[in-house]
Design a protein around this ligand. Sequence first.
Ligand SMILES: [Zn+2]
Length: 611
Amino acid sequence: MFKKIAFVLFAGIYCVNAQNNTSYWQQKVAYTMDVDMNVENFQYEGTQELVYTNNSPDTLYQVFYHLYFNAFQPGSEMDIHSQNIPDPDPKIGYKISKLSPEETGYLNVSSLSQDGKAIEHKTAGTVLEVKLHSPIPPGKKTTFEMNFKGQVPKQIRRSGRNSAEGIALSMTQWYPKIAEYDFEGWHAHPYIAREFHGVWGDFDVTITIDKEYVVGGTGYLQNAQEIGHGYEKPGTTVVKPKGKKLSWHFKAPNVHDFAWAADPEYMHDVITMPDGPTLHFLYKNNKEIIDNWKDLQPKAVELMRYFSDKIGKYPYEQYSILQGGDGGMEYAMCTLITGERNFNSLVGVTAHEMAHAWFQHILATNEAKHEWMDEGFTTYISTLAMNEVMIQNNPNSLRGSYKTYYQLAISGIEQPQTTHADHYAHNFAYGASAYGKGAVFLAQLGYIIGEDNLAKTIKRYYKEWKFKHPTPNDFKRVAEKISSIQLDWYLTDWTQTTNTIDYAIKDVEENSNTTTNIILERIGQMPMPIDVYVEYTDSVVESFYIPLRMMRGQKENPIPSMNRTIMSDWPWTNPTYTINISKPKSEIKSVKIDITNVLADINPSNDGYTK
Ligand SMILES: [Zn+2]
C-alpha cells in the first residue's frame, strides 16, 4: 500500500518537471492605449492599460518595459555605442550626441499602478524597471495602468519626425512596451542598435491627431466612417465629428507590436485581393514618386501571393506599405519604407519587409538573439520572390548572399551567429552574419536535405510555429522530422562557431590501368555531405554522393536525370575519403565538387580536377 502511494506521488512530481522542461508557453498582453499628438512640438501624452497574463510556470516579482525613444538622447547607450564602434551605422554616427532638448526623443512614465495600487518604478536608459507590490502567480492576470508622455525624436533611425522625404511622423517603438519573459527569463535588452522582441497579444489603440493627417499602421480601423481619408467603404458618406482633431481607433488582434505613421500629404490607395488581404499604400503626394508607387501595387499583390504560397497563408485581413522615415523596417501588419527610390529598389525593399511579416512578425523569433533567423530567412525568401516577381530569371539568385558570407568568412572579424545582435564588435560582421550567412543557412540546408524537403520544412515550420517564438532548435527539429536526417551538427557548427567549409580534390590517381581513385580532403573544420560529379571523355556525367555519417540519412538525388551512386558515409573525423571509379584515368575528363554551387565552400580553387 505504501509503495503504491509513493509511486503515484513520484509520478506526479515527475510529470510537473517534465512539463516545465519541454512544453511551450508564452505570456499574453492586452493593451488599451489612448494617445493625443501635438503635431507642433511633436510631443504626445498617453494612457495605457495593460492586462498581463502570466502563462509561465514561475511567480513574477518584477516586470520590465522598453522605453525605446530614450535612446535618442545625448549620452544614451545607443549614442555612446555608435561613437565607439569602429564602423558606426552612418545613419546614426554622432547625430544623437548633437540633439538639442527639443529634438531628442523620450518616453517618461509619469504614473504606474498595478491593480489600482501605485508601484515602484525606475527608468534606466531605455528600460523601465518595475517592482510589483503583488507577485503574479503562474496562470494569473494583473492590470497595469500608466500615464506617459513622449517626444518624437528628430528622424535618425527607424522612428522620427520630419524625415528627409518629408514624412511628418514615423511612430515605431513609440510606447512603453512590456518586455518578453519566456523560458530563458526576461528579455529586457536596452535599445542600442537594432532588433526587437515582444509579447503576443491584442492592441486597442486610439490616436488623436489633427484632422488633416492621414494615419496608417498596425491594426484595423474601427471608425472609418468618421475618418474618411480613403478608409471608408467605397461609395459611402463620411461623417467627421466637429473639432480640430480626429481620433483614430485601431484594433490589432494577436500581434506583438503596434506601429504607425502619419502625414498630412499621404495619398492612400487600397487593393483588396480576392483571397485576402487588403493592401494599403500610403505615400506622399509627390509627383516624382507617384508612378513608382502606383506600379508597386500589382507587384505587392504578387509578392503577397508568393509568400503565402511558399510559406503559408498570410493570416491577417490587412497589410500596409507606408512611406516612412528610414530605409525599410518591418512591423506588425505593416512596413515603413522610404519612398524616393528607383522602381527596382522600391519593389525590392517591399519584398524584403513584406517577407518579414512571416519571418519576424508571425514567426516571432527573438531577433535580438537569433537575428539570422529573422534577417537571413527573410533575405532567402525575398530574394527568390524578387527573382520571380521581377522576372529576373537568375538561376543563382542567392549569389549575393553567398558573396557576403564569403567576405565575412575571410574578414577575420566574424563572430558566431549566436552573438546578440547588439554585441558584434563590427556592424559589418552583424550585417553579413544576419543577412548573408543567415540566407546561406537555408539555401545550404536545401543542399543537405534536398530542395523538396526544404520547401516542406518551411511550410511545416510556419504551420507549427506561427504566433509563437520559435528558436533555432525548433526550426532544426522540423527539418529533421521532414527529412529523417539528423541536423544538430549543421545547426551547431554553422550558427555557434565560425568554422568554415573547405573540401578539396586532393588527387586523382590511377590503379593499374583499370580503375581510378579520386581522393577528397576535408580542409575546413566544418564537415558536410559531398556531391562529386565526374565527367568522362564521352561527355557522360555521373555523380557520387557521400553522406556525412552524423546525418544518419540521405537526400534524394538532386538531379534525377543523372545517374547517382550513393557511397558509404564519411565520418567527419577522417581527413580524406577515396572514391574508386571503375575506369582508367585517361577516360576521366573532369571531377568537380558540387556543380550547383550551393555548398558554401570558401575556397573554390581546389574543388575541381580537369584532365
Ligand atoms: Zn530585414
